[in-house]
Design a protein around this ligand. Structure first.
Ligand SMILES: [Zn+2]
Length: 267
């Protein structure tokens, strides 16, 4: 058999193996998607008893809501296979739209229009239901190791497509630790946020060569950027994990204030 014929054959064997392994969960996915489609097709019910029932008139002008944020995570697991398993077990109650492996393989696990369960209790600015407005991306990484270049390249390709397709603002590419400061520390300080920002995903400070206004309040600025600042120590730690990655102190010095000022002016 020629080399050209072997490759598609191997591909079919590989696909059928991976399909059979997840055949049951794939069937479940389709069943759940069909149930949601039925829900969407339903004529709106007038559930407010203070409004008199009226004949229903369906508008002809509508579309589907689109994600407006991307939340980046690390899996804190040891392999992509382990994460695929986690996200296909009902009892875990966690999922993400995309899982990107160390070797750059991208698993698109959920239609972008559907709501994954990746953010948990989270806040960013006035957004309190982050799952409803975001795409969740999990990077296969144990949390204490650098991310591979191949993996980051795949991530950048996925982000490029998402940003274009859904017109996601540059500022809205953020991390799980940003939106859940006291709970989450992913992605870790190994994550290349500056590289992402250079590619148009997330904000970065231009320069530390700035002079602060006399009345500048760094905590107010962090709040305006989006951080929940009720627990100020947690907010500072989250900010540093993203923007001052080598510094683990939960305090803000003058250099940090300048970074925050430079950032906050972009919001
Ligand atoms: Zn996470």
């Amino acid at each position: 058999m020629s080399f050209k014929k072997i490759i598609p054959l191997l591909l079919v064997i590989f696909l059928s193996n991976s399909c059979s392994k997840y055949a049951a969960t794939n069937r479940s996915y389709k069943k759940q998607a069909r149930a949601l489609a039925r829900e969407i097709k339903e004529q709106p019910a007038n559930t407010d008893s203070t409004i008199a029932p009226a004949a229903w008139v369906g508008t002809t002008n509508f579309g589907i809501r689109r994600p407006n944020f991307v939340i980046i995570h690390h899996t804190a697991q040891n392999s992509c296979e382990q994460t695929l398993r986690t996200f296909t077990l009902t009892r875990t109650q966690v999922s993400a739209h995309y899982v990107i492996c160390r070797d750059g393989t991208v698993h698109h696990m959920l239609n972008d229009y559907l709501r994954a369960w990746h953010a948990g209790a989270a806040n960013w600015g006035n957004v309190t239901d982050v799952n409803s407005v975001s795409i969740g991306i999990e990077l296969d990484n144990n949390g204490s190791e650098p991310f591979t270049e191949t993996q980051i390249n795949s991530l950048l390709m996925v982000l490029k497509n998402l940003k274009k397709k859904y017109n996601i603002p540059t500022a809205n590419f953020i991390g799980h630790s940003d939106i859940a400061p006291s709970r989450k520390v992913d992605p870790s300080r190994f994550f290349p946020w500056q590289q992402l920002a250079q590619n148009g995903f997330g904000n970065w400070y231009d320069t530390t060569n700035v002079s602060l206004p006399n009345n500048f309040n760094a905590m107010d600025a962090l709040r305006i950027i989006g951080y929940k600042t009720k627990d100020s120590i947690a907010a500072i730690k989250a900010f540093k994990l993203h923007f001052v990655q080598q510094d683990t102190l939960p305090t803000i010095n003058l250099a940090d204030e300048k970074i925050i000022y430079s950032l906050y002016k972009k919001y």
